[in-house]
Design a binder for this molecule. Structure first.
Ligand code: HEC
Ligand code: HEC
Length: 342
């Protein structure tokens, strides 16, 4: 009897072990099959915008991930993501901190028609650049982080999303909510032909910007760690190699997009105000990018208001940062036949 019970127990143990083994194998199988699809979309209970609803309605996880990288950059590939291997950006800005209205705003550096413009020649590297190169430019400068591999899941998703966005926002011809291919980048402005006035810039900042970006320029964070109002200087924002550190780029961005809510059709700042406040903002301390002198190997292609040298002209770094730009533009036209607008 004892023997029989022992035998039975042994048999049961064998069956149990076999069962556990199968369960473990099934789990491993499931896990492996799921590995390339590791991305689980951030659960959304209520869509905040029509675009968000449309991208979730596709049920395409790659498009959803691309969208999340753009609007929740800090949470998906930034300092706020739990998985440290995913941390690519070095600050807590989102792409949409500058690429306004989810990357669709006319002259708010829209991205909805950007795929039509790539590959393109890039002066900063002096070669033909792909969309991935351009995104990595913003990742390492505007986002003060590291580049993403061309084959990284997040990079592929972002590019796939930009392709979808292009179709989505151009299919209703004349949909005035979305930037057209003509409204790309920033709207050129008539910059004053004088050095920027930093004390006037400080005054404009006080009157027009502190409400949101705060007196110390550090913005306001929400409870989850994302910014409601992003910082304009300090350690958690774009570095000194970013396009936004160029006075003429920042002035156009600010004139036609700030205070938040204005459009290029109804700006509230004058050219003088935008120019001076942009200069004031960019004279503050921010992260520094290494090896900036290697940018623009063909120096003739360097935009006039690039704040760092070397330059192929006799003007000082101070003049490149604060103007006046008229004499610099005249020099390039006369010496090299080059028309400089920024
Ligand atoms: C601090 C502001 C800022 C942030 C944040 C930012 N960018 Fe940019 N981005 C710019 C500026 C400025 C330009 C150049 C605009 C110009 O000179 O016309 C630009 C240009 C681009 C372009 C080329 C646009 C065109 O029309 O040719 C792409 C693509 C782009 N950014 C992608 C991204 C992505 C993706 C992110 C997030 C990972 C990002 N950017 C974050 C400021 C920013
Ligand atoms: C009503 C609030 C508000 C005011 C006032 C305002 N901003 Fe902004 N600003 C924002 C928001 C919000 C964003 C980010 C856009 C987004 O998240 O959609 C932003 C983004 C920016 C950015 C790009 C992101 C970054 O952190 O660098 C700059 C530069 C900027 N603002 C400059 C200014 C300047 C200069 C003024 C004053 C002339 C100003 N803003 C006034 C709300 C405001």
């Amino acid at each position: 009897m004892q023997q029989q019970i022992k035998k039975l127990a042994q048999n049961l143990l064998v069956i149990l072990l076999a069962y556990v083994g199968v369960v473990v194998l099934v789990f491993i199988g499931l896990f492996n099959a799921a590995a390339p699809e590791k991305y689980v979309p951030i659960p959304v209970t209520e869509y905040q915008t029509d675009l968000q609803a449309a991208v979730y309605a596709t049920q395409d996880r790659s498009l959803q991930l691309g969208y999340e990288v753009l609007v929740n950059t800090s949470k998906v590939i930034g300092p706020l993501v739990a998985d440290a291997t995913k941390r690519t950006t070095g600050n807590n800005l989102e792409c949409i901190s500058c690429h306004l209205n989810e990357g669709t705003k006319a002259f708010g550096i829209p991205l909805n028609t950007v795929l039509d413009r790539f590959p393109q020649f890039r002066g900063r590297e002096n070669k033909i650049g792909t969309i991935e190169d351009r995104i990595n430019g913003c990742l390492t400068r505007s986002m003060n982080g590291k580049p993403l591999e061309v084959n990284a899941q997040e990079m592929k998703a972002l590019v796939a999303f930009l392709g979808w966005l292009n179709k989505e926002t151009t299919k209703d011809v004349g949909n005035e909510l979305y930037a057209t291919a003509m409204e790309k980048g920033l709207k050129p402005m008539e910059w004053p032909n004088r050095p920027a006035d930093l004390s006037h810039g400080a005054q404009v900042f006080e009157q027009q910007c502190v409400l949101c970006h705060q007196k110390n320029g550090q913005g306001i964070k929400e409870t989850g760690g994302q910014y409601l109002y992003p910082p304009l200087w300090g350690n958690d924002t774009y570095n000194n190699g970013a396009g936004m550190t160029r006075l003429l780029t920042a002035a156009s961005f600010i004139k036609y997009n700030m205070p938040f809510g204005v459009s290029h059709e109804n700006p509230t700042l004058t050219d003088n105000e935008a120019y001076d406040v942009a200069a004031y903002m960019n004279q503050q301390q921010r992260p520094e990018k290494a090896a900036l002198s290697a940018d623009f190997p063909d120096r003739l292609k360097k935009p006039m208001s690039t704040p760092y040298g070397p330059y192929s002209d006799p003007f000082s770094a101070e003049q490149h940062q604060l103007g006046p730009f008229g004499p610099i533009a005249d020099y390039y036209k006369k010496e090299f036949g080059i028309i400089k607008t920024k």
